[in-house]
Design a protein around this ligand. Structure first.
Ligand code: NAP
Length: 291
């Protein structure tokens, strides 16, 4: 029941109407008996400064951010987590006494989804395919959690040197060994996967027009001791995950990351645990409805 004391949390992005976050957070507020609602607002870079002031003016709990606001918000924050600084992007703001505190829960969400499946990666090596926004969040959190070594594969295009430099800084600041390779070096990729305990697809290969494709050159990379994760959750099982499963690997899709990044934001705002298992089927249903 909305009353005179109901608090507001929200989503600032443009476009904003595709998001499953309102479904997730409003369900969780109700389930936990918290007097708050979550709304999506279409906020682009021009409206962001006023919208951020609005968080304080309206005494909001906080907001989630997505494109195009995740990086451009940084100068407006009063404080930020170490991961947010290293990633250079913020997806969650907590409002505390007129101060805006920036967090990035994407990497935390991914790592929680891996731990939930009993994948023990601390002190071990992982290989990640792709080096976009989601990959960077995962690389930073994995390094902060204590993964010893990360092999990153990225196309050798105009952003290669920039990403290589950014990841070198993250390596230096976290003590995790991070090596960036050209995606075309398939023999090196096979060797890195052989040494890894976890292989992650953080590219767009396996969804949309690439739904029939796999991001690895051969199914020979899969083995039963390897955990294989795909950030994609629609389809629930990509070709990459199907091949991995059929070759004995443990597989994890991107739904856990989506759920846990939301659950982490929810806990930051409310100090409560989101009822994950109740929300998981709602998200699958919500995602199916969008198609
Ligand atoms: P992004 O910033 O656009 O990065 C995409 C990455 O994929 C880039 O490194 C890009 O390579 C690479 N890539 C795309 N097509 C490729 C191809 N044909 N061959 C090789 N590399 C290719 O996107 P993002 O936000 O990081 O998202 C990446 C994936 O994660 C998407 O599938 C997205 O849906 C998923 N995701 C899931 C969650 C979740 O909660 N489960 C959250 C965020 C994202 P270049 O760098 O060479 O361009």
């Amino acid at each position: 029941m909305i009353s005179g004391t109901t608090q507001l949390a929200g989503f600032f992005a443009s476009p904003a109407n595709h998001s499953l976050s309102p479904l997730m957070h409003n369900y969780a507020f109700r389930a936990c008996g918290i007097d708050a609602v979550y709304l999506a607002f279409d906020i682009d870079e021009n409206r962001l400064p006023a919208a951020l002031e609005g968080i304080k003016t309206m005494n909001m709990l906080g907001v989630n951010l997505s494109m195009p606001n995740k990086s451009i918000v940084l100068p407006y924050l009063d404080e930020m987590s170490q991961a947010t600084k290293l990633i250079g992007a913020c997806n969650t703001i907590v409002h505390k006494n007129g101060r805006l505190i920036g967090h990035n829960t994407d990497g935390i969400g991914f790592m929680r989804s891996i731990y939930e499946e009993n994948v023990h990666v601390i002190g071990q090596k992982m290989t990640i395919l792709g080096a976009g926004g989601a990959a960077k969040a995962i690389i930073v959190q994995a390094a902060l959690d204590g993964i010893a070594e990360i092999a990153v594969y990225k196309r050798k295009n105009h952003t290669f040197d920039k990403i290589k430099h950014e990841l070198a800084v993250i390596s230096e600041q976290t003590g995790c060994s991070i090596c960036v390779h050209d995606y075309a070096q398939t023999q090196q990729l096979t060797r890195d996967v052989e040494e890894s305990i976890l292989l992650v697809n953080a590219t767009n290969i396996g969804m949309g027009e690439n739904v029939e494709c796999s991001p690895v050159p051969t199914i020979d990379v899969f083995r039963k001791e390897l955990a294989v994760a795909d950030l994609i959750y629609h389809p629930t099982e990509t070709k990459f995950l199907k091949d991995a499963r059929e070759n004995g690997a443990k597989t994890i899709n991107g739904l856990g990351m989506l759920l846990y990044q939301g659950a982490t934001a929810f806990s930051l705002w409310t100090n409560e645990e989101m009822p994950i298992e109740e929300i998981r089927p709602l998200l699958i249903k919500g995602e199916n409805k969008k198609l």
